[in-house]
Design a protein around this ligand. Structure first.
Ligand SMILES: [Fe+2]
Length: 203
């Protein structure tokens, strides 16, 4: 059984341990080890969203639902984080800063696919982008060692990969964009069926 109030309380206790991130990760790992219980408590995902479960100056707990096939552009958090998946899949690309003549860009440095029952700690300076590569919603618990919405941060333009200002609210609004895009996808697919133009024949 997953009890949200108990979970928040356990995270707050873990926050007092040293190091807090490792202890919080243990709490998250324990929770997502029973994904059916988390689903029952938090509900079956129906739309992309960021729902705040707990917000304080030293700890934020979010329910994050990724819309099918959506990608969230590269961004940083400027605080440690723990991610646990309770349904679906979340693919992370990790990026590193790269000084260029046009400004601060990023280049891909690694990747990690996360599936249900898995959790991962993210360091204070991590830059990542997130893709839900499957045709259904992915549900995750994201925990941050600070006020997720109270800290200015950066994101990197998906086309130029150049740095620009961002914040937690802007991140949350991108989930709404993804919902709108997903809502329009089936009609678009029906109107424009996929086809292969001039396929090369292999004999
Ligand atoms: Fe993130």
């Amino acid at each position: 059984m997953f009890d949200l109030d108990q979970f928040i309380s356990d995270c707050r206790v873990a926050l007092q341990q040293n190091p807090p991130q490792s202890s919080v990760r243990e709490v998250v790992a324990r929770a997502v080890s029973d994904p059916a219980a988390v689903l029952k408590a938090l509900g079956e995902p129906k739309r992309g969203e960021i729902q705040t479960l707990h917000r304080a100056s030293d700890l934020t707990i979010l329910k994050v639902i990724w819309a099918p096939w959506m990608t969230l552009l590269p961004h940083d958090h400027r605080m440690w984080a723990v991610i646990g998946i309770y349904t679906g899949r979340e693919d992370n690309i990790f990026w590193r800063r790269l000084q260029s003549s046009g400004g601060v860009k990023v280049e891909a440095a690694g990747a990690k696919a996360l599936v249900e029952k898995e959790s991962v700690p993210l360091g204070h300076d991590i830059i990542h982008s997130v893709t839900n590569p499957i045709p259904r919603f992915t549900g995750a618990i994201h925990i941050y060692g600070g006020d997720f919405f109270g800290v200015p941060r950066s994101e990197w333009d998906p086309e130029t990969l150049l740095e620009q200002p961002s914040d937690g609210w802007k991140m949350a609004s991108r989930l709404e964009d993804a919902n709108a895009l997903f809502a329009s996808t089936p009609q678009k697919r029906a109107a424009e069926p996929a086809r292969v133009v001039n396929p090369t024949r292999v004999s």
